[in-house]
Design a protein around this ligand. Structure first.
Ligand code: HEC
Length: 424
């Protein structure tokens, strides 16, 4: 058992806080949120301060000379890192300056045994601070700016501005880290679960890989770039992704499917995300100087577009293959009814027999606007046999190929039924 400083225990949120909550008081955007094992919320802000919240009242933590961007709870107290390159430990008696990097501090990760806090910086350095006191351990640099750090499976993982995901050897952390992924675009966020790593990137890439081999487990990449925040809750198996467009997507890590997807802010970004200690709420921060607490059970009712798509919440194993193909590969961007929707792609309602690029009110790319293609069994089949990038070069629809002709046939059969008829 870890021992947690008394001031953290005393100030836990009441258990009944299953209501939509706003934590107000910061004078700038909220860049980071952390929740202690007892449920206390801490926020980090552009206003150079961090806050520890008791219910709706903040205790301000003032010491940084610039924006506070990273934070994490440890048994010794809260650790914060900022744009002033400094790392502070907030004990009950006050702040202690642990040290400074040579660039902005982007990340704080706490080792599972609570013995170390790891911090990463844009200067390409990674340090382990022993929480019992003593000099920090400087790890081998990943060779690029560090955007995020995560502990998992005993190891420490680093995500870099160069688009790499690297693994530090748990026994020899000072040896050069092993590259697991080369993404091509900067990786902003990494989260570690049981045997898996999830990462989110500048280009909207959101992928889950095997922690040891690097093999891909799932791909949730969307046209909503960049991915800015990732968080997960082990007991409830939820992984949440926040992006530059203000959306929060909640994934089910047992089935690797999307459980909820909603627009949390009218204008992006979602810079900070953290689950409550029981996993029943999600805390989010962004431009508007407040932290929002959303009860997850209420989430789908926040997005009208979700109403047409409750089947997101159904068990995919019991669905016919064509519907499952649609739910997994298309439904995140396309509705099936003529109900208004805020999805990224045009509704596919009435798509069979429709000329491409002609749904009124939808802003198509020039590739589809004025296209001569008419959508039918053959053209939709070709679209995913070749992939949109080949079939309609320049289209906004992301690259994806459905390799199996049987899957394409099932998908088309499902789409034919689901997109015809009047409004639902
Ligand atoms: C990440 C989002 C995304 C996913 C996933 C996606 N699409 Fe699209 N789709 C779009 C966008 C955006 C457009 C509009 C493209 C443009 O304007 O260039 C589009 C256009 C289309 C069109 C042309 C519609 C029209 O009115 O001309 C069809 C058909 C289509 N998608 C089918 C599908 C199917 C079937 C799937 C699943 C296999 C799928 N899409 C997956 C985003 C997506």
């Amino acid at each position: 058992m870890m021992r947690w400083a008394a001031f953290l225990i005393l100030t836990a949120l009441p258990a009944a806080a299953q209501e939509f909550t706003t934590l107000k008081g910061h004078g700038g955007p909220v860049m980071g949120i952390a929740v202690s094992p007892q449920g206390q919320v801490a926020t980090a802000s552009f206003d150079n301060s961090a806050a520890l919240w008791t219910g709706n009242s903040p205790k301000w933590l003032e010491a940084h000379g610039a924006a506070v961007t990273a934070l994490g709870f440890t048994p010794a107290g809260l650790i914060t890192g900022g744009d002033d390159f400094a790392v502070y430990l907030w004990r009950a008696e006050g702040p202690e300056l642990l040290g400074r990097h040579k660039g902005k501090v982007t990340s704080v990760a706490v080792s599972p045994d609570g013995a170390f806090a790891a911090t990463g910086s844009w200067d390409g350095s990674v340090r382990l601070w022993p929480l019992a006191g003593g000099r920090p351990l400087e790890l081998s640099s990943p060779g690029a700016g560090v955007n995020d750090l995560a502990y998992g499976g005993g190891a420490l993982f680093a995500a870099t501005t160069d688009g790499e995901l690297l693994r530090y050897d748990p026994v020899h952390p000072q040896e050069p880290p092993l590259p697991l992924v080369k993404h091509g675009f900067g990786i902003n966020q990494v989260e570690a679960g049981k045997g898996w790593l999830a990462y989110g990137a500048v280009d909207g890439g959101t992928r889950v890989i095997d922690m040891d081999s690097g093999a891909q487990i799932a791909d949730f990449s969307l046209d909503r770039r960049p991915v800015l925040s990732l968080t997960h809750h082990t007991e409830t198996g939820q992984l949440a992704v926040g992006d530059g467009h203000g959306y929060i997507m909640v994934l089910d890590t047992a089935e690797w499917q999307i459980a909820r997807d909603f627009q949390a802010t009218r204008q992006g970004p979602v810079w900070a995300l953290a689950f409550s200690e029981d996993g029943l709420m999600i805390w989010a921060g962004g431009l508007d100087d407040v932290a929002y607490g959303w009860p997850i059970a209420l989430l789908d009712s926040f997005d009208p577009a979700m109403d047409a798509d409750r089947s997101f919440l159904r068990n995919s194993k019991t669905m016919p293959n064509g519907e499952r193909q649609f739910m997994r590969k298309c439904s995140i961007c396309h509705g099936l009814t003529d109900a208004p929707s805020r999805k990224a792609g045009p509704s596919l309602h009435g798509v069979f027999g429709r000329r491409a690029g002609t749904l009124p009110g939808y802003r198509y790319s020039p590739a589809l606007d004025g296209s001569k293609i008419v959508w039918n069994d053959n053209t939709i089949d070709a679209l995913f046999a070749e992939g949109p990038d080949h079939y309609i070069p320049g289209s906004k629809m992301p690259m994806q190929v459905i390799a199996s002709s049987a899957d394409r046939a099932d998908l088309i059969e499902f789409l034919k039924r689901a997109t015809e008829g009047g409004s639902q």
